[in-house]
Design a protein around this ligand. Structure first.
Ligand code: SAM
Length: 224
C-alpha cells in the first residue's frame, strides 16, 4: 500500500543520478538532462527498451506499482546496459516503483514531459471500479501539468469500453486535442507502442483489437 511507497517531496529531492548514471556530466557531477518521456504502468518494460534507441538523447522513465515487476525491469535494464557497455546503449531508460495516480507531480516538474504513454492500462471493468482507472478528469489535469505544451498523451488498449472511456475524458478536458489517424500513421511512437509491450504482444497472439488514441497538450487558455 501507499505508506510503503517511497516518493520525493518534490522533483528536486529525487536522486535521478542513481537512475541514469550514464548521463552524469563528469565536470559538474550533474545529470545532463531530465526525464522527458514517461511510460505509466510500464509492466515488464518492453516499451522502454524499444523507445531507448529511438530517443538516445532523451531520458525515459517507466513507472510501475508492482514491486516484483519493477525489480524485474530494473534487472533487465542492468543486463542490457552491461551487454552494451561499448556502445553505452540503454543508459537512457530506467524504472521506478510508484503509484502514478497519486504522486506524479512529486516526480515531475510543470511542463517537464514531452510524451506520456498509457499502454494497455488495467481495464477495471466493473462500474464501481471505474474510479480506479488511470485516466480521469482529475488525473488528466495532473498529466496536463507535467506535460509541456505540444506534448503528447499516447493511449492504447484492447478493451473497447476503456478506449471509449479514455477518449471521452480526454475530449472533455480543455487542455487536450485529439490527433488524427494520419498523424498516428506517421508517428514512430504509435508504431512502437503497438508492438513493443508485453501486453500488446499478448493481444497480438490472441488476434485481439488494439484501440489507439493520441492527444496533444494544447496551450493554457488566456483568461481575460
Ligand atoms: N504497459 C504494460 C504493457 O503494455 O505490457 C503493462 C500493462 S498491465 C495490463 C498494467 C500495468 O499497470 C500493470 O503492470 C500494473 O501493475 C500497472 N499499474 C496499475 N496501476 C498503476 C499505478 N497507479 N501506477 C503505476 N503503475 C500501475
Amino acid at each position: 500500500s501507499d505508506h510503503k511507497l517511497e516518493y520525493p517531496s518534490c522533483p528536486n529531492d529525487m536522486d535521478w543520478k542513481k537512475l541514469y548514471p550514464g548521463f552524469i556530466d563528469p565536470e559538474t557531477n550533474e545529470l545532463t538532462s531530465k526525464v522527458t518521456i514517461a511510460d505509466i504502468g510500464c509492466g515488464f518494460g518492453g516499451l522502454l527498451i524499444d523507445l531507448s534507441p529511438e530517443f538516445p538523447q532523451n531520458l525515459i522513465l517507466g513507472m510501475e506499482i508492482r514491486v516484483q515487476v519493477t525489480n524485474y525491469v530494473e534487472d533487465r535494464i542492468i543486463a542490457l546496459r552491461s551487454q552494451n557497455k561499448d556502445t553505452k546503449a540503454y543508459q537512457n531508460i530506467s524504472v521506478l516503483r510508484g503509484n502514478a495516480m497519486k504522486f506524479l507531480p512529486n516526480f515531475f516538474e510543470k511542463s517537464q514531459l514531452e510524451k506520456i504513454f498509457f499502454c494497455f492500462p488495467d481495464p477495471h471493468f466493473k462500474q464501481r471500479k471505474h474510479k480506479a482507472r488511470i485516466v480521469t478528469n482529475t488525473l488528466l489535469s495532473e498529466y496536463a501539468y507535467v506535460l509541456k505544451e505540444g506534448g503528447i498523451v499516447y493511449t492504447i488498449t484492447d478493451v473497447l469500453d476503456l478506449h471509449e472511456w479514455m477518449v471521452k475524458h480526454l475530449e472533455e478536458h480543455p487542455l487536450f486535442e485529439r490527433l488524427d489517424k494520419e498523424w498516428e500513421s506517421q508517428d514512430k511512437c504509435v508504431q512502437i507502442m503497438t508492438n513493443a509491450t508485453e501486453e500488446g504482444q499478448k493481444v497480438e497472439r490472441k488476434k485481439g483489437a488494439k484501440y489507439i488514441a493520441c492527444y496533444r497538450r494544447v496551450s493554457n487558455p488566456v483568461i481575460i
